[in-house]
Ligand binder design. Structure first.
Ligand code: TYD
Length: 206
């Protein structure tokens, strides 16, 4: 079997991690060889970059530095983990991918979609997601859930206006694309998981 590249996207607090864990359990039960990766991070170098990006102490980080660090973490992940796993025929489930940068840095930070896409191109190379699940949730609900779980990181501490631009940005960037499956993040966890599994089967990816 050839590899499959599945991506979960959505604002902070949309429930991506829960859904990824449930999908992974199912894939393992069904005998598929799968791995989970996360962005930023997913490699030793990427996790070190993640610590820098998300540290609430680094309030002076420029928007361009932030964009380049996300792109650097992604480039390392693609060359060290995602590319090789796909070549070996594995299913890769990634917690976020380049559309996060397009939305957070390109739109919400105002750097521009084209610039962010270009900067990320060399690190991504030939690989494209087979399916992107967009878990949609309002910024208020997403941040409410995050605040209950843990101390907020540098990105989560951004203003509600920033997070509003993220939510709107996702709706713009991920609409009308064949590989994107829209999911209402307010739906029950089990219903969402069922929709994810059904979509993968219907698309011939499982
Ligand atoms: P994530 O790991 O999903 O956060 P958490 O583990 O707290 O749920 O993502 C970390 C933050 O980085 C999140 O606020 C989104 C942001 N982000 C970007 O701004 N650009 C990117 O390219 C990526 C991958 C994430």
């Amino acid at each position: 079997m050839e590899g499959r590249f599945i991506v979960m996207e959505g604002p902070d607090g949309s429930g991506k991690s829960t859904q990824i864990e449930l999908l992974r359990e199912y894939l393992t039960e069904q005998g598929y060889d799968s791995i989970i990766t996360r962005e930023p991070g997913g490699t030793v170098i990427g996790e070190a970059i993640r610590d820098v990006i998300l540290d609430p102490e680094y309030k002076s980080m420029s928007d361009i530095t932030e964009m380049l660090l996300y792109a650097a973490s992604r480039a390392q992940l693609m060359s060290e983990v995602v590319g090789p796993a796909l070549e070996e025929g594995k299913i890769v489930i990634s917690d976020r991918f380049v559309d996060s940068s397009i939305v957070y840095q390109g739109i919400a930070r105002g750097i521009g979609i084209d610039t962010v896409a270009k900067i990320n191109e060399p690190g991504i190379g030939i690989y494209k997601p087979d399916c992107i699940f967009f878990i949609d949730i309002s910024e208020e609900e997403g941040l409410r859930r995050k605040k209950e779980q843990k101390k907020l990181d540098r990105m989560e501490q951004e203003s509600i206006d920033f997070h509003h631009m993220v939510s709107e940005g996702y709706r713009k960037v991920l609409s009308d694309r064949d590989e994107v499956v829209y999911i209402d993040g307010l739906d029950e966890v089990d219903n969402i998981q069922k929709k994810i599994r059904d979509s993968l089967k219907n698309r011939g990816l499982l």
